[in-house]
Ligand binder design. Sequence first.
Ligand code: AMP
Ligand code: MG
Length: 347
Amino acid sequence: MKRCFSFLCIGLFLILSGCGAPTVGDVGAVRQLFAMDTLMQITLYGAYQEEAAEAATAEINRLERLLSRTRSDSQISALNAHAGDGVSIPLDPATFELLSLAQDCTKETDHAFDMTIAPLMDAWGFGGQQYQVPSREELQSLLLLVDGEKLLLDPETSTGRLADPGMSIDLGAIAKGYTARRLLALLASYEIDSAKLELGGNITALGTRYDGQPWRIAVRDPKAADSYLCVLPLVDATASTSGGYERYFEQDGVTYHHIIDPATGFPADSGVLSVTVISADAVQNDAFSTALFIMGADQAVAFWQEHEGFEFILAKADGTVLVTEGLEEDLEFRGAENGYTCEIVRR
Ligand code: AMP
Ligand code: MG
């Protein structure tokens, strides 16, 4: 009788918990991890949320092993180590796909985004070395190594190689966006239709929250980590933020941040504090946020006017926050209390 009661209890528990199916108020399956040099959190809702969360975590770790340039066994390290020596490196389909998407973004942004920026990152100490201000001569010679179109990709053999010695790849501006894309495909195979993927500065909302309300995101004040510039709903879209405040050092009263302008070799000095790009394409989104930061406000507006399919929020050093018209209706501007003014940009 006692045994029968136990079985009944287990059965009842399984029915109530729907064998893992979430109910309104359920917190979902949540995982936090440190990967790709940043804190990540994924929140998933669906009948198979736990299995999906495990698979998603494994995929993030797998991508990091392929794409990191600080892990000596990654495919990016192999490409970098063989730069200019003619050896083609066999690439996993994910690495190959990301590199060709990155090359497209390089062309599209007229090289504001360029994944072969690594030699300059190292010269400034952003590759894990000691921070330092390189000489102009050093920067000029390193700039000759920056050209993402000199990554030679062969789709027939799924291999790649860097054309010139000394070239090297850093996917820091696009890898998290690509990870979001891979995770969305993976989550679909687990029938997850409600998720929030917070991958450092890239936040992807899949569907709505489980209670049917849109996911909501806050864009932080680039000058004050505990204040917001704005709050907005996000459904089936990614918001990618690039900001000089994310990584920087100071020397002789000057601040040097980690987003390098491939036209000068210096940290972009475009009068921009942060840019958040919003679109359904997580990969392009991540690359564009970095590129618009480098372009500066006027060029960013012109770029947006020429390209359909994305919106942006751009905070200028003078306190103006440009918001493209597609966000006007839903965005709650919160920057006024810190002295920012909001300006809507139209096509
Ligand atoms: P994000 O936060 O997406 O703007 O990415 C910034 C990171 O991208 C930096 O920490 C570098 O790893 C890398 N990066 C810096 N400048 C560039 C550039 N001009 N093009 C591509 N990647 C860059
Ligand atoms: Mg980026």
